[in-house]
Write a protein that binds this ligand. Sequence first.
Ligand SMILES: [Ca+2]
Ligand SMILES: [Ca+2]
Ligand SMILES: [Ca+2]
Length: 440
Amino acid sequence: MRWPLRAPHLALFTLMGCGGRSGLGEVQPAADADGFVDDDAETYDSFGPDAPRSDAFADGRDAIVDVVDGKDTLDAADGATCPSTSHACGETCVRNDDVKSCGTSCVPCPAAPTHGAPTCASGACAFDCDDGYALVGGACVLGAPRPLSPLSTATVTSRSPTLRWRLPPGTDGARVQLCADRACVAVTDTFDVLGSSTKLKADLAAGVHFWRLFTRIGGTTLTRSSPTWEFFVGQRSAARDVSFGTTLDVNGDGLADVAIASKNLMETFGSSIGRIYVYQGSLVGLPSTPTTVIRGIKPAEWFGRTVASAGDVNGDGYADLLAGAEGGDRVYLFLGGPDGVPTTPSATIVSPSKTEGDFGFSIASAGDVNQDGYGDIVVGAYIGRAYVFHGDPHGLGASPATVLEAPLHDSRFGIAVSGGDFDGDGFGDVAVAADFSPPG
Ligand SMILES: [Ca+2]
Ligand SMILES: [Ca+2]
Ligand SMILES: [Ca+2]
């Protein structure tokens, strides 16, 4: 059951709950006496039902008062456990994905090599090379320029588009290759550019084009190439030379692919698990049977309630796929690659709010809102918020970069979201719909 109005109520109770609380004497009724299901375990106190307590323990529940020192910290005497995304180090819950406490560790990840930084991915320490450096034999060496725009799988508005990239430190230019195919077996043009952008001199033919970059230093060209990106050219040039949108090309062959969702496929009585069917395009069109079938992750979470191209969020040149599961307040990311999308998610984004529902009711590519060369997305939560998540080399950030609050309460803000570069300045923009006008 959903409670569209509970966020404002919770805010009110939060204010009421401040001050006066002793932090002791918690009484937990056996049932949910007020029907207000939230995260504070239905506690009662002198301020009325369900006032959340301070949660220094960050366990998503009310404070567990420490019987040893009286503070909201963890020890065995409390019988407390850390939430699933963290683990205990002493009396503190620390995040499983933090480089200072990666996985189940209580010691920091080892230092990265020169020009690198430690990371924690899937509970294991690793490291990333700095921008402009590539991992070779365990070391971070000078790499290729990193393409920035037009984002891979976007459509350009000019038939002679401007290409932009970021140069590795200490380098002065790039060799640009335009290709007819992703592997650049058929190179259609090669030229050298001093600096980090160029506007093509001649109009390109309508259709898909691929491009990649090599670093140049003082007239010497290095051999390492950037990822190959693709963009689509229309029949005519517009007045502004920008790009927009994303074509769902999950296997990066320049041919558009199609994803179709079925959110309520009943398997056993009382449960349903959605499916997403991906059909990869070919020169003769779409196949009659799906290339990939992605089965929902959990029952009854409405996996596939929404499905969309994310654009290329990790900058590898392949379009990535988003699936919303608003019943479970989750959005799943499937990273594209040479074989298309995997059948298990590359990343899961959980609603940043513990009290709101319907996260993932709407999803869309946002273009590149911060112009860092990684596609960004917008997720609507329908009861008053939309969230922008930034792309990064691994996919998407786990926390929203921007939270958009409803200008009007109870207006169903977030029921639909869209992205694009509406003013043509190169930065992605988002639009969030609210389809209901509250009385007054
Ligand atoms: Ca394709
Ligand atoms: Ca990608
Ligand atoms: Ca971005």
